[in-house]
Ligand binder design. Structure first.
Ligand SMILES: Cc1cc2nc3c(=O)[nH]c(=O)nc-3n(C[C@H](O)[C@H](O)[C@H](O)COP(=O)(O)OP(=O)(O)OC[C@H]3O[C@@H](n4cnc5c(N)ncnc54)[C@H](O)[C@@H]3O)c2cc1C
Length: 450
């Protein structure tokens, strides 16, 4: 439909004027807000859900590779989770596979600890609050318009950090971005994760263990064949991850849909319907196996799991070459060891690359072109699709958040635009606070990654 209507102009109440505004309280956003506040900046975080954590909570993602040995706020968070009973701390040197139940956690505890740490630090939090549009004057972001139960309101800020995953704030502000494959704009498949509750002992799991996780696709094909059912698993390398801290709970990554644009409501709605059908169908098949006969779906993600949408073009764009060669940069704010895992759109694309040396993420990837006083963190930072397929892993996103929050506060203190900051200065502060930019021990990702 090509119809439009004209919306009337109106006066909008300004409800806050802060140093740093973080939009999106997901994996990167909660660390951005915490870092900005701990650096002395008055910080407000807005989040559309009623809790924090993003993919780690509302999408149910588990485990979280790339979280061990990084120090800083990430370690503090893990320590707190462990003390609250939601994470079993392991000695990294005993962990063979980073992508394994060793890095699994209790989702409800994550939600609790995230809110607790931010509240204690003095971050102001507005939940159930949607970023609607940016307030931009002459290419400088001054704040954002939000909507929630109180209506439409404005928040002004000296610095804004876009942690929406999709780069909603940066894109709406006019920062340049890339989306999808160059030739046709297509993006990798999307998923809906679910928790399966099952009483069976872990040692009796009838699935094949590969590199710390358990393949479920082959088991389901086998059940279907034996039972004479016409069933093909939607994801050939579907897997499950036991979550030892919550015995009986298994995270299942099996429901998959292709050709979805995660920034289009129609696509997301269509995908949700299909993914839920896939989950229920999978449960019916699984229950035919004695081990799973009383299994049930304990929870599903409230959001679809989006691998890739907008990639904001910043002062530096990380490339496939940088990732494959393990490039290092003077202004590195973290590094990524996770494997390049493209999730091919078609047979023309290479999926999983061989293990690479860890590659650095320079500060400049967090600084969008064109718009001043804006930073980005998380999976939408400046990179090509191939580098993004590695750096989108949660632990790396968390580290980009910690760096962005630190940089936002530093730029206010120095009264300089984030673009003019020396990345090396940001790095130095992070290191002084115990962040390991390049953790000494390489927790080499599992040989088989999914
Ligand atoms: C299928 C799949 C499997 C994956 N598997 C793993 C895995 O096993 N382990 C792993 O570590 N990583 C995994 N990842 C990657 C990882 O989970 C994400 O890429 C990463 O956590 C993204 O972090 P983020 O901070 O950019 O976004 P998110 O964590 O998604 O945070 C974005 C936040 O912003 C909020 N938000 C968005 N828009 C608005 C708005 N307009 N207004 C207000 N709030 C808003 C959202 O509610 C959310 O809380 C996987 C990704 C996919 C898609």
């Amino acid at each position: 439909m090509n119809k439009t209507i004209h919306e009337e102009a109106r006066e909008t109440a300004v409800i806050a004027d802060v140093d740093v505004l973080v939009c999106g309280g997901g994996t990167s956003g909660l660390f951005a807000a915490l870092a900005a506040r701990r650096s002395g900046a008055e910080t407000l975080l807005i989040e559309q859900e009623g809790f924090l954590g993003g993919t780690a909570t509302s999408y149910l993602v588990n485990p979280l590779p790339e979280i061990m040995g990084k120090g800083g706020l990430l370690q503090e968070f893990l320590d707190r989770m462990s003390a609250a009973g939601g994470y079993i701390k392991e000695d990294p040197s005993n962990i063979e596979f980073d992508f394994s139940m060793a890095n699994s956690f209790d989702v409800e505890c994550f939600k609790y600890v995230a809110l607790e740490m931010l509240s204690k630090a003095g971050v102001s939090i507005l939940l159930h609050t949607l970023f609607v549009r940016p307030i931009v004057e002459n290419d400088v972001i001054r704040g954002v318009i939000i909507e929630n139960k109180s209506g439409r309101q404005a928040v002004l800020a000296k610095r804004v950090i876009d942690c929406t995953g999709d780069g909603d704030v940066a894109a709406a502000s006019g920062a340049p971005y890339k989306k999808g494959r160059e030739k046709d704009g297509l993006m990798p498949s999307v998923s809906l994760l679910f928790h399966l509750h099952n009483e069976g002992a872990l040692k009796d799991l009838p699935t094949i263990e590969v590199g710390g996780i358990y393949l479920i696709g082959p088991l389901m094909t086998e059940i279907a064949k034996k039972e004479g059912i016409d069933y093909t698993p939607p994801y050939d390398v579907g897997f499950l991850v036991p979550i030892p801290v919550t015995p009986g709970k298994l995270l299942v990554n099996l429901a998959h849909v292709k050709n979805v644009d995660g920034t289009r409501a129609e696509d997301l709605s269509r995908a949700h319907i299909t993914l839920r059908e896939q989950i229920m169908e999978a449960l019916q098949v699984l229950r035919r196996h004695p081990y799973f006969e009383s299994a049930y779906v304990a929870a599903t993600g409230t959001h679809i799991y989006i691998r890739e949408t907008r990639r904001i073009v910043g002062e530096y764009m990380l490339t496939e070459d940088d990732a494959v060669k393990g490039k290092q940069f003077d202004d590195a704010i973290t590094s990524c060891r996770y494997m390049i895992d493209v999730h091919p759109i078609d047979d023309m694309e290479v999926g999983r690359y061989d293990n690479h040396e860890p590659f650095d993420i320079p500060y400049r990837c967090l600084v969008p072109l064109k718009i001043e006083n804006l930073l980005v963190a998380g999976r939408c930072i400046s990179s090509d699709r191939i580098a993004q397929s590695a750096l989108r892993i949660s632990g790396t996103c968390m580290s980009t958040g910690e760096a962005a929050g630190t940089a936002a506060a530093l730029s206010i203190e120095k009264d300089e635009s984030p673009r003019r900051l020396e990345g090396k200065d940001v790095r130095e502060i992070l290191e002084k606070r115990g962040v390991n930019i390049r953790p000494e021990r390489h927790l080499v990702p599992a040989k088989c990654m999914f």
